[in-house]
Design a protein around this ligand. Structure first.
Ligand code: HEM
Length: 182
């Protein structure tokens, strides 16, 4: 089934039930969570730097990357979830595609980030019930970013296949949609 990205985002946000009020919860806790972001960023780049396969992508540019990463994490708590937000995640995806960073590394990074926020939110809010909903909101936001970054990788792969084979994009989409033989 081929649908527009706009439709896909709408369906994504419908299925995961990310409401405006849940997103507003994030801006309400921003002042409590943002002071933790430099430490999270340091830990994140420590993980990338200690694995030779990822270290080679970040060598010599650690401070600049930490700055952009910090700004991006802060934006998850402050930005509106709107067209600009979606476009920003797609652009970040395209940047990583251009830098030839395997999507595996982005998936691992997202997993790292999903693991760090719930305990910070629980500790800072001191409210187990409300903390669960706020953690849900940041996890949903990270999932949305991951979906959009992955979309950029998928688009790149499809356009490289059409470029290499000469297949038109609709034909390629139809081939992908073919049912597997039993
Ligand atoms: C959760 C996953 C990640 C996020 C959200 C993220 C976020 C960002 C952002 C916001 C930028 C600035 C680019 C722009 O604004 O267009 C950036 C650039 C970059 N990131 Fe990531 N990053 C992630 C994972 C990684 C990983 C795993 C690596 C390497 C192993 C990496 C290496 C780089 C490099 C090298 C650039 C600069 C690319 C260039 O300017 O050519 N990132 N990243």
């Amino acid at each position: 089934m081929v649908t527009s990205l706009e439709d896909n985002i709408r369906v994504f946000l419908h299925i995961n039930n990310f409401s405006d009020s849940q997103h507003q919860d994030l801006s309400r806790v921003a002042a409590l969570v943002l002071p933790h972001i430099p430490r999270i960023t340091d830990e994140f780049y420590q993980r990338l730097a200690s694995e030779p396969l990822t270290a080679r992508y970040i060598e010599g540019r650690l401070e600049g990357l930490k700055n952009t990463h910090t700004q991006w994490l802060e934006s998850l708590f402050k930005a509106q979830i709107d067209g600009d937000f979606f476009e920003n995640q797609l652009r970040i995806g395209r940047t990583h595609v251009c830098a030839q960073i395997p999507p595996l590394f982005v998936a691992g990074s997202m997993s790292f980030l999903r693991s760090v926020f719930p305990s910070i939110i629980e500790k800072e809010t001191g409210n187990a019930e409300g903390a669960g909903a706020i953690s849900g909101a940041i996890l949903k936001t990270l999932d949305l970013c991951h979906y959009l970054i992955d979309h950029a990788y998928e688009q790149d792969r499809l356009s490289r296949i059409t470029g290499a084979t000469g297949l038109s994009r609709p034909l390629l989409e139809n081939l992908i949609a073919l049912k597997q033989r039993a």
